[in-house]
Design a protein around this ligand. Structure first.
Ligand code: DGL
Length: 270
């Protein structure tokens, strides 16, 4: 049995880490499409094609269930994959919905009409493609009323992380937070809507101030996967053993992953 975890690059490692902590006996095959990162500045068609290719690579590893640990792919490609591309014996799950369920205090499968929730002003930080898709607002509107969402496309942050330039990433985070706070001075909650951003979570929290609750997805996605697998154990694929695969240069990607996660992460060529 094995489950696949896909991202454009290093960001999905934040989700991988949380799943490994929650389900320690579950082998995970990670695929980072580092050769084509960042996805956040690409067209929806391009993101769809690259994501399908990545998911197929994980099927070849015996992973019938793949987590898109990438908001950009979840926002720009997942719906189209599920509607037009996915075979019946395979599943691809995104990272958006668990986060929105947490924010709107819902359990999985609660399809009751949208209702008032505790937060009214939400700051969303995400890639330009995710912000442009408005997928977050669409999913939120199914579940909650009266929530004002201010979205900030955080250009450059993923590139800086993929380059291993923490100082540049931090400076960009600070300026994106300042830009958002000029439009929404008092958000109650902030969503890190890109799986790369938890790697800079302290910088986000510092710039936002301690009164803002920062939601990051990793733990929520891990919890929702654990729940999914108890309901659908047939999607535990035939793969055996975990691996880290990259379409980029394995030595370089291993170095950056180790820098951000602060433990050795050995990547192999995909
Ligand atoms: N980490 C991804 C996300 O959650 C992708 C970022 C990118 O490649 O631009 O959106």
């Amino acid at each position: 049995m094995a489950v696949g975890v896909f991202d454009s690059g290093l960001g999905g490692l934040t989700v991988h880490q949380a799943i490994a902590a929650r389900l320690p006996d579950l082998p995970l095959v990670y695929l980072g499409d580092n050769a084509h990162a960042p996805y956040g500045v690409r067209t929806a068609d391009d993101i769809f094609d690259l994501t399908c290719r990545g998911v197929e690579r994980l099927w070849a590893e015996g992973c019938d269930l793949v987590i898109l640990a990438c908001n950009t792919a979840s926002a720009a490609a997942l719906k189209r994959m599920q509607e037009t591309w996915l075979a019946d014996d395979k599943r691809v799950l995104g990272v958006f919905v668990p986060m929105i369920e947490a924010l709107t205090e819902r359990r999985w499968g609660d399809n009751s009409p949208p209702r008032q929730v505790a937060v009214n002003n939400v700051a969303l930080f995400a890639t330009p493609a995710t912000v442009a898709s408005r997928a977050f607002q669409r999913e939120l509107a199914f579940r909650a009323v009266g929530v004002d969402v201010e979205a900030q496309p955080c250009g450059g942050v993923v590139d800086a992380i993929e380059m291993g330039d923490e100082m540049l990433a931090e400076a960009l985070v600070t300026s994106h937070v300042e830009a958002l706070l000029r439009r929404m001075p008092h958000p109650e909650a902030a969503i890190l809507g890109c799986t790369h951003y938890p790697l800079m979570e302290r910088a986000f929290q510092r710039a936002l101030g301690p009164q803002v609750k920062v939601y990051s997805q990793a733990g929520l996605v891990a919890e929702s996967l654990a729940d999914y697998l108890t309901r659908r154990p047939q999607f535990l694929g035939s793969g055996a053993g975990g691996r880290y695969l990259t379409t980029g240069d394995p030595a370089r990607v291993s170095g950056k992953a180790t820098q951000f996660l602060r433990r050795p992460i050995p990547f192999e060529a995909a």
